[in-house]
Design a binder for this molecule. Structure first.
Ligand SMILES: [Zn+2]
Length: 223
């Protein structure tokens, strides 16, 4: 039986992170930075409420830091799998995470000067550029509107979220033997009507048929 655990961006807007358990796999949806003040910074350093080495796959909705910002930390702490995302996000995420690593280093340097005056031990930055490279190497870009089999019984498709370059609404189909169930992870959507971004693709009930164009209602008829 599939289940979803909301581990961030619940009751707050940053730190998007959700754990989907389905078809015997653990799939993490986003791994964003918690943003705000010093208290939020400290929460980013806490242990994840799961063992990163236990996660089978990560799916990333888009390159904003509150959705991807803790991915280098996830890899640093033992995540060994791939990060599935839209093709443009796979490119954009490097720029975003390198910027985030530089900011983290500058923040820690400043904080450590204060800590030294108080006789406290220096803190390490959350992650550095080498950790970012490790995370970026795990990125697997997929085009919009392609249904991909992630694992037997788990399929995903990215649709245009019209939010930033490469942003995706992620549709996930899970088949655990009793017919397919569809989950939609919207990420951030819109705004509509901007000059260079396409508007979000409306999500349809069901799944693409064999030709990938026509939708049929789920659950899928037996093959
Ligand atoms: Zn966003």
């Amino acid at each position: 039986m599939a289940s979803i655990q909301f581990l961030g961006a619940a009751g707050e807007v940053t730190g998007s992170c959700h754990l989907l358990r389905a078809a015997g796999k653990k799939i993490l949806l986003d791994c964003g930075m918690i943003q705000g003040g010093r208290e939020e910074d400290a929460r980013n350093r806490e242990n994840f409420p799961f063992d990163p080495a236990d996660i089978d796959a990560v799916v990333l909705s888009h390159a904003h830091i509150d959705h991807c910002g803790r991915l280098p930390l996830l890899v640093k702490r033992g995540y060994a799998g791939k990060i599935h995302t839209q093709t443009a996000t796979a490119d954009l995420v490097r720029v975003m995470l390198e910027d985030s690593a530089r900011l983290a280093e500058a923040d820690v340097e400043q904080g450590n000067r204060m800590r030294a005056r108080r006789g406290l031990k220096p803190l390490e930055p959350l992650y550095d550029l080498a950790d970012v490279s490790e995370a970026v190497a795990r990125m697997r870009g997929h085009d919009y509107d392609q249904r991909i089999e992630l694992y037997p019984g788990i399929y995903l498709r990215m649709q245009d979220a019209g939010h930033i370059l490469g942003a995706a609404i992620v549709e996930i189909w899970v088949d655990e033997g009793a017919g397919e169930r569809k989950l939609v992870f919207s990420g951030d959507i819109g705004p509509d009507g901007t000059p260079i971004m396409r508007d979000a693709t409306p999500v349809q009930r069901g799944q693409p048929g064999a030709d990938g164009k026509h939708l049929r209602r789920s659950p899928a008829p037996p093959a």
